[in-house]
Design a binder for this molecule. Structure first.
Ligand code: KE4
Length: 429
């Protein structure tokens, strides 16, 4: 792509595995070298060779109010000027906890951590302690971070690289994890009726974003809640991606599902490292130092990260039409993309949820991970590079979600639709 970027990548690959600090960034499944970014503002990112892109990765979700939002940047600058980390509690942690508890009805208490991985890992440990059971159920293609017991049939980078079950996870760890097809109510009901009394938790993405976007079918989430309640199994809803993305209270408020625990991340950190897990007070009270479930973190609740998350939620909350406007903008974009594909005679399936969407190259519906894996990745690869050539930065994987922010302008949307129409014409039918 660019000489400077390629040179940095050449050096980076010697020093960092794959030249990246998270696998999905490596462009492995689309080919070519990753692009090194120098700076970003609003809906744009600028690479080290000076090329501008309209960005639909948004740091994989956090940048819902756009890059370098002035309110968020001001909050970060003011916070860091007062010290970057205290290793002692700060009022900002209580302020963000209060916002989260007010926003998500099922969360009575919340603990801050540094990533979605830590949030999911800790929620699983807590569920095992609360139920005194070891086994967990997840769903194929869902991704809950890279904790050992959750690296089973994962989506996101695992799916992208074809390593959904990572090496290095002892069989004894993985044996406690059962992964089922998403949207398969019968498969879940069957195992829960037979073995539910040994299942500590079911963990689920309420709208999958890590296999591409997969929406729950009618009644699926309700069935998950029902069978878990019947068996004394905790329901953990992983809203690291959907939390404050599809609605201020997350997907659970859209589907009116009340989980026992919720995982959060991404947007609540405004681009800084923040994760959180929370839920019922009787469960959360088991977390140290109140209870005997140990979980800790040097930088958990970091004041600068809290300031970034608080400012991001403030920007969202001050616009009563924040989500309707974002959804309308997204719908205009996806309608234009569908039109471009149809005109070019390229079948696509484009699922969307609020300001998240993804594009599968197939003439069928995608209802689970197996469907997603059966789509045309070669066409996706062509599409990705044709759009990149047009200055549109998309997730470098068919098993990821695209994100629209409040910073994307009408002109960005129009330019992206024009680029898509041109790109689809270049995709091999
Ligand atoms: P982190 O540990 O990456 O902060 O969060 C893990 C995680 C947990 N749960 C859900 C639903 C998630 O989407 C994620 C992380 N998402 C991916 C993008 N699909 C992170 C991108 C990456 O791995 O670089």
């Amino acid at each position: 792509m660019g000489i400077i970027s390629d040179n940095i990548f050449r050096e980076g690959r010697i020093l960092i595995p794959g030249g990246v600090n998270s696998p999905v960034r490596a462009f492995k499944s689309v080919g070519g070298n990753p692009i090194f970014i120098d700076r970003a503002k609003g809906s744009k990112m600028f690479d080290v060779d000076g090329k501008e892109y309209i960005d639909y990765v948004g740091s994989w979700g956090p940048m819902i109010v756009g890059h370098a939002n002035k309110h968020v940047t001001k909050a970060i600058n003011e916070a860091v000027a007062k010290g970057s980390s205290f290793g002692a509690p700060s009022p900002l942690e209580v302020a963000l906890a209060s916002k989260i508890v007010k926003a998500v009805p099922s969360i009575e208490m919340v603990r801050m951590v540094n990533s979605g991985t830590e949030a999911a890992m800790s929620a699983i440990r807590l569920a095992r302690a609360y139920t005194n059971r070891d086994r967990i159920i997840k769903f194929d293609g869902c991704y809950h971070g890279h904790a050992d017991s959750l690296l089973v049939k994962v989506g996101s980078g695992g799916a992208t690289l074809g390593i959904p079950d990572s090496l290095g996870v002892p069989k004894d760890f993985a044996k406690y994890t059962t992964s089922l097809p998403y949207n398969d109510i019968d498969a879940l009901t069957k195992i829960m009726e037979k073995e539910g009394d040994s299942i500590a938790a079911v963990i689920i993405e309420p709208i999958v974003g890590n296999a591409g976007v997969i929406r729950p079918i009618e009644g699926f989430l309700e069935a998950v809640r029902k069978v878990t309640e019947e068996q004394g199994t905790l329901l953990i809803v992983d809203e690291v991606m959907t939390g404050f993305r599809v609605a201020y209270g997350g997907a659970q408020t859209i589907f009116n599902i009340k989980p026992d625990l919720t995982c959060l991340g991404k947007i609540i950190g405004g681009g800084l490292p923040v994760g959180a897990y929370g839920g019922r007070r009787d469960i959360m009270s088991m977390v140290a130092p109140e209870g005997a479930v140990y979980q800790a973190g040097t930088l958990s609740g970091n004041p600068v990260a809290m300031a970034a998350g608080l400012a991001t939620l403030e920007v969202i909350a001050k616009d009563n039409d924040f989500y309707p406007k974002l959804e309308a903008k997204t719908k205009k974009l996806t309608a234009g993309i569908r039109e471009g594909a149809a005109k070019a005679g390229i079948p696509i399936y484009l699922p969307e949820a609020g300001s998240m969407f993804s594009i599968f190259f197939t003439d069928k519906e995608v209802r689970n991970y197996a469907d997603a894996q059966g789509t045309n990745v070669a066409q996706f690869r062509e599409w990705f590079h044709l759009m990149l050539d047009e200055g549109i930065y998309l997730p470098p994987s068919p098993f990821e979600s695209y994100f629209v922010s409040s910073a994307h302008t009408g002109n960005d949307i129009d330019r992206t639709i024009e680029a898509a129409k041109k790109a689809f014409k270049g995709v091999t039918a």
